[in-house]
Structure formats: C-alpha cells, structure tokens
Design a protein around this ligand. Structure first.
Ligand code: CA
Length: 232
C-alpha cells in the first residue's frame, strides 16, 4: 500500500512518514502544495494525508482539483485545532476523514487503515482468504493460525492482493502500489516475490492470470464468469 503525505511542517511530515513505513506502507512525501497536488494527480495512491494550510496551493484547493479530475483515492485531511470551518470545507471538498492537530500518530494510522480497508470494501480490520488471515492492525499474516514470516515487500504484495481479493491485479499496479516514486521499479521482480510468497504460504491461493496479472481468492471460489441471465 502506497501513501502520499502532503505536509509542509518537515518534522511532522517525517514523523508521519516514518510511522507509516514502520507499519508496512511505502510513502511519498511532499512539502508544499504544488508538489503534493502534482503527485496526487499523477501517481496512484491507496490513501493521502493532506495538510490544509500549505504554501503554494492550499489543501482545500488541491482536494477540489483532484476530485474534479476524478481522483478518487481516500484522503485524510489534517486541520488546525480550532478551525472547525476547515473540517467542513475539507469534507465538502471531498475529504473522507480528518484529524485535528495536535494528534497522536496512532490515531492517524488507525484512520488510514480504516480508509484503505473501506475503499477496498472490507468492513473489519482482519481480511480472510481461506486459511490466510491478514491483520491490518498489526501488519501480520497467518496461515492456518501459524505466523507467516514475510519481508516488507512480500507483506505489501500479500496485503495488496488481499485487499483486492477476487480482482485481477496487474503487475504494473503491484509495482505502483509496492514501491515509492524514487524506487528503481522493475515489474519482473513481482514474479519473484509472488513465487516466494506462494512458497511461504504453502497453499496456492494466488492464481496467475496469463497476460493480465494475479488474482487471489479463497479456495473453491471460481472467478466470476459472465453474469448469468444477461443473454436472455
Ligand atoms: Ca501546514
């Protein structure tokens, strides 16, 4: 999962970004409005943390622009403590949630987890695929109750596939959601990570969809075929 942090307070930006990285996310950082707007407009993010008071372009304008441009990623805004009007303006501009400063980083992390989960259609913090369980809160996974020892790349891969269970996920999408913008990306490495993940899980739940990508789904469930009754 890849997150964009737009915050001009360098200390706060770093604090948030480090906490997100420790929790298994990849992070891109922007320190002014223009850079933040550009990144959110051009790169695919699973969620964005957006400060409202920014130099260059303010958070509300950025958000309105993204939404007008059909950028639908979940956005959590950071507002000043006593500015209730910022919260209203932010939500009207298309924010999905907000946190008022000063905040505990843990609260931001919990809200980001919930936003990503809900955007992918999962109501609970644990995502289950047959014998595999992904605890989005602790960033840990188990197979038949046994802990899976995963590298950060393997975890991100599993997490993305499980959040998008049942969907065919392309290699390009995986690369874009597993690495930050500065990483030297190579989609061939995805195949290697998928191979390692399959081996560690010991159950084959990741299907290779030739020419398209990968799909993870619970055993016994087949891919949705053409909708019945449509050709009536
Ligand atoms: Ca600010």
């Amino acid at each position: 999962m890849r997150i964009l942090v737009v915050e001009d307070d360098a200390h706060l930006n770093r604090q948030l970004s480090e906490a997100l990285k420790e929790n298994g996310y990849v992070v891109d950082q922007a320190f002014d409005g223009e850079e933040g707007h550009f990144l959110g407009d051009t790169e695919p993010y699973d969620a964005v943390i957006l400060d409202i008071g920014l130099p260059g372009m303010d958070g509300i304008t950025i958000l309105e622009n993204w939404r007008a441009n059909s950028r639908t990623m979940p956005v959590l805004i950071l507002t000043a403590r006593d500015r209730w009007s910022d919260k209203v303006a932010g939500i009207d501009a298309g924010a999905d949630d907000y946190v008022a400063k000063p905040f505990h980083v843990e609260e931001v992390l919990a809200r980001i987890r919930a936003l990503i989960r809900r955007a992918a259609g999962h109501a609970s913090s644990e995502i289950v695929c047959g014998p595999v369980r992904l605890d989005t809160k602790s960033s840990k996974a188990t197979v038949n109750g046994e802990a899976l020892k995963l590298t950060s790349h393997e975890f991100r891969l599993l997490s993305y596939l499980m959040h998008h269970m049942g969907e065919v996920v392309s290699r390009t999408a995986l690369v874009e959601h597993m690495y930050d913008q500065d990483f030297d990306r190579d989609s061939n490495t995805i195949e290697v990570f998928v191979g390692r993940l399959r081996k560690k899980m010991g159950v084959d739940l990741i299907e290779t969809v030739r020419g398209l990508g990968y799909r993870m789904q619970p055993p016994g469930e087949t891919a949705p075929a053409a909708k019945p009754g449509k050709s009536r």
